[in-house]
Write a new protein. Structure first.
Length: 305
């Protein structure tokens, strides 16, 4: 029996909605539907009752879903045991994933402290987007990852919220607003804005959109870009302004000034969460060592956010 197809079925059984289940599994709804039909064909019965508006479990589906969950739980436990045996043979390596903002801000001081405490441990660092780091965690290719936690995350992953990063406005150093000490969103109302592509960077994209919406405004989006460095380069070229995490100011781009955003309430700017994530059933002393260090020294690590 195909475990991936079982996982697809359980996700739909939990959500009773193909779109939400597909987002949870980071799949296209059409691919999810195809995998469930293959499972139904292999079992010789319909597990779901579909209408144009609703999805329900069939009688066979309702009888099967608990067994499917038990099978998946056992498979995950077996995979965790295999990974643990591999870890016991190679205790001198921890594999860390990080989004760009974590790799630039949080990771350097964290790894410095970790290596002082665990000098014999090698660290393999993988920098990527959250949407690509999560599957690496699920497949066991990473031991811990520092991500922007999505609204819905696979239940096999456990997270620890760390902090929210501070947003700033990147603008050409000769811009008329560049001399301000702080900027309100209202001051940006008529400015061309550069934003990331939402499909790959939903938090960073929504940061700009939500800040404008809360001020009762709509941003004038003049350019879509993906990488933070590219966005800052476009700002330097005079193609627009951008709201970015404060760490981007460390890129040292000539001709760009970074101005903090002003807000009546500090929590109104809490739109860039940073979390540590790991596979729930995987036992890993090195990962726990790193998490303990984070808990102990988090205020210092968060100070630069």
């Amino acid at each position: 029996m195909d475990l991936h197809q079982l996982r697809c079925f359980v996700a739909v059984a939990d959500e009773l909605h193909f779109g939400r289940a597909a987002r949870r599994l980071d799949m296209l709804p059409s691919a999810l539907s195809r995998d469930i039909r293959l499972l139904e064909t292999s079992l010789g019965t319909s597990l779901l009752l579909r209408t144009t508006r609703n999805v329900m479990l069939s009688q066979d589906g309702a009888a099967f879903v608990d067994d499917a969950r038990a099978l998946l739980a056992r498979a995950d436990a077996l995979a965790a045991e295999v990974r643990e045996r591999g870890r016991r043979r190679s205790r001198d390596l921890i594999r860390v994933g990080a989004i760009d903002t974590a790799a630039a801000g949080l990771i350097p001081p964290l790894l410095h402290d970790f290596r002082e405490q665990c000098a014999a441990v090698a660290v393999q660092l993988v920098e990527d987007k959250t949407v690509r780091l999560v599957p690496k965690l699920l497949s066991g290719r990473l031991d811990i990852a520092f991500i922007r936690p999505p609204a819905r995350l696979d239940r096999r992953i456990e997270t620890m919220m760390l902090f929210h990063e501070t947003p700033v406005v990147a603008m050409p150093s000769r811009h008329r607003l560049a001399g301000r000490r702080r900027l309100s969103i209202e001051a940006l109302a008529d400015e061309p804005m550069i934003v990331p592509d939402r499909s790959s960077r939903p938090h960073s994209h929504d940061l700009t959109i939500k800040l404008f919406q809360r001020a009762g405004l709509r941003p004038h989006v003049s350019q879509i870009a993906e990488e933070k460095q590219t966005i800052v380069q476009l700002v330097a070229a005079g193609l627009g302004l951008a709201i970015v995490p404060r760490w981007a100011s460390r890129l040292g781009m000539t001709g760009v000034r970074f101005v903090p955003l002003a807000s009546r309430e500090a929590s109104a700017l809490d739109l860039l969460p940073m979390a540590a994530a790991w596979l729930r059933n995987a036992r890993d002393p090195l990962r726990e060592e790193m998490l303990d260090m984070l808990r102990l020294r988090l205020p210092r690590y968060a100070a630069g956010a």
